[in-house]
Write a new protein. Structure first.
Length: 109
């Protein structure tokens, strides 16, 4: 967003690139875990009411593919706008609120 000079700029770019890759991986893992979880436990396991409705209307695969594509697109837009701390915070949120709970549920059940 703002031009940054020198070594700081390189570190900021590396941070931003690392964060967007982690964000996109979080989308992939969340989508995969949700898909497996819905097939194992039923659509009622999905906590997001909009996504649950989309699954009812479109089916789990199409709904998750669409939702994850939209999320990835918005994450990429934030990356291009160089608001890397927001992408980092969203990545941490996905990890804490989606990936870890799904991984725990799928592993222990």
């Amino acid at each position: 967003m703002y031009p940054i000079e020198g070594h700081y700029s390189e570190r900021w770019t590396l941070f931003g690139n690392t964060v967007i890759v982690l964000f996109l991986l979080a989308q992939v893992f969340d989508g995969a875990f949700t898909y497996v979880g819905v097939h194992a436990f039923g659509r009622g396991i999905e906590a997001n009411p909009l996504l649950a409705w989309l699954m009812h209307v479109m089916g789990p695969g199409a709904a998750l593919a669409g939702a994850k594509t939209v999320a990835a697109g918005f994450g990429a837009l934030l990356h291009l706008l160089e608001v890397h701390l927001i992408v980092a915070a969203l990545t941490a949120l996905y990890l804490a609120a989606a990936i870890v709970p799904w991984a725990t549920l799928l592993y222990f059940n």
